[in-house]
Design a protein around this ligand. Structure first.
Ligand code: ATP
Ligand code: MG
Length: 570
């Protein structure tokens, strides 16, 4: 099981280890001082925050050192790939503020060169057509300590290999009936060198090249060469590709002279608690309707996080804090949430919303009277000004803010106790009305006209402050409250079916949320607000003026950060 890394990674000189390597290469004049990186997603799913960690590095390093970064779609498997994914991937990269300029490439652009290379390798006796099943081939692979077994087809004559490979590509043979393998070394201690598969037959048309090809290169036969064709100098990827690196270099040597070979540098993947990051699993959640699409706000996808209300700067800040290292880790999702809170605290407009409303009547406030209270848009940044909020005799307050028989430290409203209504008056509770079931229907209080906030003589202190919304002016909204998608901390480490680890209570819809009229008039899709005392909320794209919908982005309380602080002091 992965260790949970709690501390933030601090880099000397402000550079992480990959950037340091790049800097050293540039200083040494490698590649003529040129820097070219690439982000190579496979268009078989939506990008998640782990991919963001990767492309923040690829685009970020290029920006930092005056290089360029290509976007290359690794579209070598027509069975799983789709235009929908290509568009979504571009959108998400742009959302984080990066751009590939005119450097948009597809591995399928290189199919002709890769095919030519395969043919040349066959001619040079470096590749052969194997007619065994994938099971037979796997069984002959051996183990890291025992050599593999040669395929009976390994020494097929060149002419026969050439003929069969050509006919494979003409569609003469069934999928799975034969593959092209590199003839390298069945005893190599690196398993990837034991005659790796270069090409397989696939008859599904490709969304870009149609039916031109019936053989498709394996990722390992396409990736390193694609970097080479594009002149990539630094091919940055995740640690699982370390053992593939020598094979990439082996294939690139077939093309290159000694003067240039893309340099691969590997860093640790992002893994988050209470989250799965495998595209296969995320696809399954979507396909089986266990979530409401790729952009469900509970998903770790970039479009999901965006809909939830996470911001590009919070995501970048988080990635920067966890850093890039060479050891696998599991990062706390609370650190991401912490970054989101910090960012929204600076930017989100403060508004009043009551999510679980109960009516409060100020019995000594004149009926039909209305006052305008001016609320700060953001007390952290007074330049953002104020907005108007009507105050009347009947107000909505949170049900949880009243207790008939409160415990000692309850500083909210209870019989004969005083609280301040935020931005307005101090009130004192005088009684309640209950329905037949004993449930509180209305709360009564008297206001003290001498205590209006901001007025001379209003500085009498009381312990509690409540938020409120005027009953005759309130607009009804829907709020979607989210909890962790998974009920266990490290779902990928558990045995069995990951779907059984889903948290059954990860979505709670509140239909009857009372919001202040200014918010109703100003809420546009994807806008962020702080609901005073409750948390950060973001307008859902489904929201309409008739039916306003908010996603709860994150609560205000950062218990985790507090505990971290305590622990570091202890
Ligand atoms: P697959 O299992 O389908 O290969 P993948 O998540 O690796 O899934 P790719 O589209 O191949 O998908 O990923 C593109 C790039 O993103 C790769 O270079 C990969 O190293 C990087 N990447 C993927 N997942 C993570 C992660 N969790 N953290 C950091 N980088 C990641
Ligand atoms: Mg991959």
């Amino acid at each position: 099981m992965k260790e949970i890394i709690e501390e933030e990674v601090v880099n000397e000189g402000g550079l992480n280890f990959v950037e340091q390597e790049i800097k050293d290469d540039l200083a040494a004049g490698k590649n003529g001082g040129r820097l070219s990186t690439r982000f190579p997603p496979e268009p078989n799913g939506y990008l998640h925050i782990g991919h963001a960690k990767a492309f923040i590095m690829d685009f970020g390093a290029a920006e930092k050192f005056g290089g360029t970064c290509n976007l290359r779609f690794d579209d070598t498997n027509p069975q799983k790939e789709d235009m929908e994914y290509v568009n979504a991937i571009k959108r998400d990269i742009h959302w984080l503020g990066y751009d590939w300029g005119d450097r948009l490439y597809y591995a399928s652009d290189y199919f002709p060169q890769l095919y030519d290379l395969a043919v040349r390798m066959i001619k040079e006796g470096k590749a052969y057509v194997d007619e065994q099943t994938s099971e037979q081939i796997a069984a002959q692979k051996g183990t890291p300590t025992e050599p593999g077994t040669d395929s009976p087809y390994r020494n097929r004559p060149v002419e026969e290999n050439l003929d069969l490979f050509r006919r494979m590509n003409e569609g003469e043979f069934e999928e799975g009936s034969m593959v092209l393998r590199a003839k390298i070394d069945m005893a190599n201690s690196n398993m990837h060198f034991r005659d790796p598969i270069m090409y397989r037959i696939i008859k599904t048309p490709h969304w870009r090249t149609g039916t031109t090809w019936k053989v498709y290169p394996m990722y390992d036969f396409a990736h390193g060469q694609s970097d080479y064709f594009e002149g990539v100098t630094h091919s940055i990827c995740t640690l699982e590709f370390v053992p593939h690196r020598p094979l990439y270099e082996y294939f690139v040597k077939e093309l290159a002279d000694e003067s240039y070979c893309p340099r691969q540098i590997e860093f640790n993947r992002l893994n988050l608690t209470y989250t799965v990051m495998s595209k296969r699993k995320l696809l399954q959640l979507v396909k089986e309707n266990l979530v409401n699409g790729w952009d469900d706000p509970r998903m770790p996808t970039l479009c999901g996080l965006r809909r939830r209300g996470y911001t590009p700067s919070a995501i970048k800040d988080f990635v920067n804090r966890i850093g890039y290292t060479r050891y696998e880790a599991l990062n706390h999702i609370e650190l991401l949430e912490h970054a989101v809170r910090e960012d929204l605290n600076k930017t989100a407009t403060r508004v009043s919303a009551v999510v679980n409303p109960v009516k409060l009547v100020l019995t000594n406030y004149p009926e039909g009277e209305e006052e305008t209270i001016y609320m700060d848009n953001n007390p952290e940044n007074l330049e953002e000004g104020k907005h108007a909020m009507p105050f009347t005799r009947e107000l909505w307050i949170e049900r949880e803010d009243f207790m008939e028989n409160p415990p000692k430290k309850f500083f909210r409203l209870s019989p004969d106790k005083e609280v301040r209504l935020k931005g307005a008056y101090i009130i004192k509770c005088t009684g309640v009305k209950k329905n037949a079931d004993g449930e509180i229907e209305e709360i009564y209080a008297e206001y003290d006209p001498e205590t209006k906030s901001g007025m001379p003589g209003s500085d009498r202190k009381v312990k509690g402050t409540l938020h409120w919304v005027s009953v005759p002016h309130a607009k009804v909204a829907e709020v979607r409250d989210y909890d962790r998608l998974f009920a266990v901390e490290n779902p990928s480490a558990e045995e069995g079916d990951f779907r059984e680890l889903l948290n059954p209570d990860s979505l709670k819809i509140r239909e009857n949320v009372m919001i202040e009229p200014w918010l109703a008039d100003n809420a546009k899709a994807e806008d962020h607000f702080q609901f005073t005392r409750l948390g950060y909320y973001t307008v859902d794209p489904d929201s309409t003026p008739e039916k306003l919908v908010f996603n709860k982005t994150i609560g205000l309380k950062d218990t985790w950060a507090k505990e971290q602080k305590k622990a570091s002091k202890a």
